[in-house]
Design a protein around this ligand. Structure first.
Ligand SMILES: NC(=O)c1ccc[n+]([C@@H]2O[C@H](COP(=O)([O-])OP(=O)(O)OC[C@H]3O[C@@H](n4cnc5c(N)ncnc54)[C@H](O)[C@@H]3O)[C@@H](O)[C@H]2O)c1
Length: 336
């Protein structure tokens, strides 16, 4: 990865190596964490490094996993990640999904016994770069109450869809089904910052802007029962279907050290020319039409999903990653 941040990259790599990851796996994990920082997804970047190391020390993440890949057909594979760090399982799975799609038109890879893998969009980009459309799902620990329930059960279960656009900026819709990403609440809680209104309730069911109270309470899904339905869909696709934990059994990586997370993921990739032979032209027309719509006041450009993150990545790659005091302390502990 081209970044100005070689020094921090090396520190993270060495920390993973010290925690017994192979050089190959340490590089995969480091690149994913640095990428999260560069796209501005701080809740999935350096703020999680100590958590991964704590889980490795407690033997809940296996630094030297024996990952098994079962080929079900030319298109379909099932990965048992043997409690690897999630980044490694996801990296293997997306690469197989890409290979299968290139060979047969469609690739589908389910993963079980994995852990938190960071940003779905990071893996979607790999498929889109190979000119494939992709859909990616992962489950996450309980954070969001199912519509009508008093208790959190669904994770923030991101839904990710990526497609080539005929231009160098990919279309990547990568969104949690919660009003706000849990990682952002965790970062706010660690830094004593407030969270926006209407994104969470405290443990008594009252709206709160206090990040710590929100973590004890429930997060609200996007769009009421619709968001709750989408979260449920992800729970089924990445949990029930894959052999991963589901129905609220994914353990919180920060607070629950009673066992591995056994997160499941699902990666689907397919060629753009399955039904038409001029996809590139059609997608360009599609995007152009939407971008030319009259804009509401204050909006300069109608962006497609992924454009904002692409711009941020370009801009941030030229700058130093901001290391907060809390992360500085984590790094000092982890280095020694
Ligand atoms: N591994 C996990 O357990 C887990 C759980 C939850 C979230 N995540 C990850 O966290 C990341 C952040 O999730 P999020 O929900 O906070 O994302 P977000 O709210 O930052 O963005 C959601 C989507 O909206 C698009 N978008 C944002 N502003 C836009 C605009 N002005 N015009 C058009 N599109 C726009 C983004 O490109 C993105 O595709 C994702 O990468 C997700 O995969 C991971």
């Amino acid at each position: 990865m081209k970044t100005k941040n070689k020094k921090i990259q090396k520190i993270v790599f060495e920390i993973f190596k010290k925690n017994k990851l192979s050089s190959k796996h340490a590089k995969i994990a480091t690149d994913a964490i640095i990428n999260a920082e560069l796209v501005g997804a701080y809740g999935h970047g350096l703020s999680r490094l100590k958590m991964y190391c704590d889980r490795i020390k407690k033997k809940l993440i296996n630094p030297r996993p024996n990952i098994k890949i079962k080929k079900i057909s030319q298109s379909i594979s099932h990965v048992d990640a043997n409690n690897s760090i999630g980044f490694v399982a996801a990296d293997i799975a997306i690469k197989i999904a890409i290979k299968n799609a290139k060979k047969t038109g469609i690739g589908m890879v389910a993963v079980k016994n994995s852990g938190h893998y960071g940003l779905s969009g990071y893996y979607a980009e790999q498929a889109v770069k190979k000119n494939l459309i992709t859909m990616i799902y992962t489950s996450a620990p309980p954070a969001v109450a199912p519509f009508g329930a008093l208790k959190s059960l669904f994770g923030t279960n991101p839904i990710c869809f990526g497609t080539p656009t005929g231009s160098k900026i990919p279309f990547i819709l990568d969104t949690s089904i919660s009003m706000i990403n849990r990682g952002k609440i965790r970062v706010a809680a660690r830094n004593n910052l407030k969270i926006p209104k209407d994104v969470a309730l405290d443990k008594f069911g009252k709206p709160t802007t206090d990040a710590k109270k929100a973590l004890e309470g429930v997060q609200l899904p996007i769009a009421g029962f619709r968001g709750s339905g989408l979260a449920w869909m992800v729970d089924i696709l990445s949990g029930v279907l894959t052999g991963g934990n589901h129905a609220g059994k994914v353990k919180d990586p920060f607070d629950d050290f009673s066992g591995p997370q056994n997160i499941g993921h699902l990666f689907i990739t397919f060629k753009t020319n399955l039904f038409v032979n001029n996809f590139n032209k059609r997608i360009k027309d599609n995007i152009r039409t939407i971008k030319r719509l009259p804009k509401i006041k204050g909006i300069k450009e109608i962006m497609y999903p992924g454009q904002n993150k692409y711009k941020r990545l370009k801009m941030n790659s030229k700058k130093d990653i901001n290391i907060t005091e809390i992360i500085k302390k984590d790094l000092e502990i982890l280095k020694n």
